[in-house]
Every structure is written in structure tokens, then in C-alpha cells.
Design a protein around this ligand. Sequence first.
Ligand SMILES: [Zn+2]
Length: 287
Amino acid sequence: MGKNFFLIAMLISSMFLGQNKNNPTDKIRLIQKAGSARSLEGKALQVNIFISLDKNKTWSRKGKEQVLQILPESETWLKRELGLYGHTMDIRNKNFGIDRDIILKSNPDVDAKDYGWPNEAIKQMGYNSLIDFYDDLKSKNDFDQMYIVFFINGQGQPYANPCDISFKEGDEDDSFVEYAAIFSSFDEVPITDKSQHYLVPHEILHLFGALDLYESEHQTKKTEEFAVDHLTESVMLGSIRFVEEDSQQWNLKKYKIDEFNAYIMRLHNNYKSWYDTLSKKLARTYD
Ligand SMILES: [Zn+2]
């Protein structure tokens, strides 16, 4: 019996050793390659949808225009960063909710966990579901990547809803169409303020697989510290580097796509073993 136990233990441990050959970073690279925004290349369609939460406090025309004016900077920055890795992507914008207000009953705040709100918005635009909207856009436009950026009139923490590899055919309504939710202000600072211009590209990069580098579902406090030391200029660190100091926040221009996230998003293939430090926490949730 002792001998059998030993053999089984050997067998089990060799199974685990076999699994470990795949490092956490390459695993995350695979996990993030799903949904309507797969990789940073080809033709992308960015769909901007303006949403209000209260019929007495809707977006003003000027407010919408001011948001649309910050988008070219985000696009220029993204193209510059892709260019550094020898990549190009065309981005076309389509805007909705400009002439007619879309007013939600459901709550898009990340803490409300009210996942039905994008479908409520899409229904007001005359579609049955996100995938119905996607199919209609696909039949009329030529694109390789598509994602939605909801601009919500209100205070809130911006977030992204990327699709991962657990997505299956038939789940389309829930997770295939990738979107970001960006509120008109965050911590009392309007998104049109220069210090907040990094938010739009930060959230868009999540849709293409980028991981947060601050303490979150992607990082521990320890790996955040590692990222602050090693990838100081990364746009995926968000504003963490400014929290404890009174230092002036950066303009978007100063930010970078860090080499770790560039690898995750398949902008380069030069794997380094320290990348595993930053991918471990998320990889564990897929074990
Ligand atoms: Zn983030």
C-alpha cells in the first residue's frame, strides 16, 4: 500500500510539474484573447455612447463636445505607443446619444453590480441586445476590432468589462461585446481635466487585455510596489503614484504602455521571467 501511495504521489506531482511548464504570463496572454476587441491591429471601431442618469441632469451639448474633443489625443497617444512596438491600428469613431439623451433607470456604478445597464442603454437605441447592436454595426462597417466606451454623466470610478477565455458561444449577450464605463468625473475631477486624460486609453487597453498594475484584482500590494519601481511610467499604474504625494499629475503624453502589458497584449514576443510576478494573481483566479 505504501508503495502504491508513493507511485500515485509521483504521478500527481508530475501532472502538476507538467502544468507549471506554462508560466502564468503566457496563460494570461491566452485568457485575454477573446471578445470583440482581440488585438491591437487592423481596423478598430470605437463606439462612444453618451448616457445620463437623471432626466433633470442630462449631458449638455457642450459637455458631450468637450468629451469628444479629448478623444483625438487618446488616439494619437495609442498610435504612438503601438508604433514603438512596430504596430499600427486604424481607429474610427461612431457616436451615439448625441442628439437624443439616453437616460438609464439602472445603476452603472461598479459597486452597484447592476450588470444589465448596457443592455438597457442599447435597447433605448433600438436594439435587442449588445450582440444585436454589434451584428448591425458589423453588417454596415468594415472592422476587425470593436469596443464601446460609455460616457456617463455622473460621479464614479471608471472601469472596463473585457471578455476572457471563459466566454463560450451562446454567451454573446453577456460578454462578447467589450465595453468601458467612464464617468464625467472621478474623485471630483472632470475627465476633461488634463490630469485625467490617461483614463480613456487606460480603460480601452483593458479591453485588449492589459492588466492593472496597482493593488486590485490583478495585483497584490507587494506586486504593486514592484510595478511602481520597475514600470513607473505605465498607464496601467493609473494615478497610484500620485496618491501619497502632492505631486502634479502627468499629462497623457508622459505615460507609456509598459513592456509587461505590451507582452500580454501580444505587441512583442520577448518574454522575461519577471513578468510572472505581475500576472500571478489574475492567473490564480483561472486555476
Ligand atoms: Zn484599470
